[in-house]
Design a protein around this ligand. Structure first.
Ligand code: PNS
Length: 173
């Protein structure tokens, strides 16, 4: 039977325990999960796309069927090129809904056979986001419990060294 592939796209700047929870659950539902670091040239990020990919690789090494890729362009073009059948997203608080709904509709319009599958975030991760991690780390707060332990030291060191003046609103998104 044909392998059922799902793509989990995002900025992952950096990957959080909330993302890992979604990736792990997606891996239980599909034969293969591609975690896709989507490169947005106009977004200010704290980690380069390659660094973000590497952080995800280290954090998902124990999850079978997961691969990591980097991509610049329309998500649906990537999904089509890999023969994937689904886009998996995590839904947190209601504030995520409108934006995610909009993206799901436009993606469906462009690639009707691919489904967007929303997984509700685990209760512990309801308010967890990459921007929150950056904010906490930047001011020397403890980010264990927010990012995977495999990448904790690397992420903490990098973010605590960031000049807070350089972290504009976009970098905290
Ligand atoms: O982690 P993020 O920043 O919320 O992820 C958003 C992402 C990367 C999934 C979204 O911006 C995206 O799919 N970008 C690729 C460009 C695209 O396909 N745009 C049309 C649908 S919005």
């Amino acid at each position: 039977m044909q392998e059922r592939i799902a793509v989990v796209p995002g900025s992952f700047d950096p990957v959080t325990l909330g993302h890992i929870d979604i990736i792990r659950r997606a891996a239980a539902l599909f034969d293969r999960v591609i975690v896709l670091v989507v490169i947005n040239p106009v977004k200010n990020t704290s980690f380069t796309p390659e660094e973000r990919g590497e952080l995800i690789r280290k954090s998902t090494a124990d999850i079978p069927g997961v691969e990591v890729d980097l991509y610049k362009g329309l998500l649906v073009d990537y999904v089509r090129s890999r023969g994937a059948v689904a886009i998996v997203k995590g839904l947190r608080a209601m504030s995520d809904f409108e934006y995610e709904f909009q993206m799901a509709l436009i993606n469906k319009k462009m690639l009707p056979y691919a489904e967007t599958v929303f997984l509700t975030t685990g209760q512990n991760n309801l308010y967890l986001s990459s921007s929150l991690v950056k904010n906490v780390a930047m001011f020397g707060g403890d980010i264990s419990g927010l990012v995977p332990r495999q990448i904790h030291d690397e992420v903490a060191a990098r973010l605590s060294g960031v000049d807070s003046g350089k972290l504009g609103k976009e970098a905290l998104m």
